[in-house]
Design a protein around this ligand. Structure first.
Ligand code: CMP
Length: 160
């Protein structure tokens, strides 16, 4: 069990499809806590850092130009095992194969236009959060619902 933070981007297609509220609502209903939120137009430099692992792929340039084509919504969500929990809510990359009930499974058909990004692991989450958020844009606050979302032994972990 691990209390962690994870980065989420709602991509240009998610913004244009009007899915920001739906996506935030799904994470809220799950019991995750929102600790950072902003709308930004990511620069080519930020996108090169963000997608460094894809720099040799044929779609790298197209991916960056798509992601930089308009503002996107960036979020940081917190909770026990936040990284895998959010990945599961988001679903697998290819929308038309993603599990029904996941965000991509319910709203997407495409590989590139897959609506949303979620950090793949804890190291990626830490790196990605730093690309977009400064320390003073991330918040620590007591979640009023946590006592009904987690049992006492889990709450103790949350406070470690
Ligand atoms: P994500 O997994 O969030 O991060 C890498 C992104 O690259 C992926 O979502 C897709 O949006 C995009 N992607 C993956 N494969 C392709 C492809 N073949 N062509 C264009 N974009 C792609």
């Amino acid at each position: 069990m691990n209390t962690s933070r994870t980065a989420v981007l709602v991509k240009p297609d998610g913004l244009q499809r009007g899915l920001i509220g739906e996506i935030i609502s799904r994470f809220e209903r799950k019991g995750l806590k929102l600790v950072g939120l902003k709308m930004v137009n990511l620069t080519d430099e930020q996108l090169s850092d963000w997608y460094a692992e894809h720099k040799d792929k044929s779609f790298f340039g197209e991916l960056k130009s798509f992601m930089g084509s308009m503002p996107i919504v960036c979020m940081v969500w917190e909770g026990i095992d936040a990284v895998p929990v959010v990945r599961k809510l988001v679903g697998t990359t290819l929308g038309r194969e993603a599990e029904a009930g996941s965000i991509r499974g319910d709203f997407g058909m495409s590989q590139q236009f897959n609506l949303i990004h979620a950090s793949a692991n804890g190291d990626d989450a830490a790196r990605e959060i730093k690309i977009v958020f400064s320390d003073d844009e991330l918040f620590n606050y007591a979640g009023a619902r946590e006592c009904v979302i987690y049992a006492d032994f889990e709450l103790a972990k949350l406070k470690e």
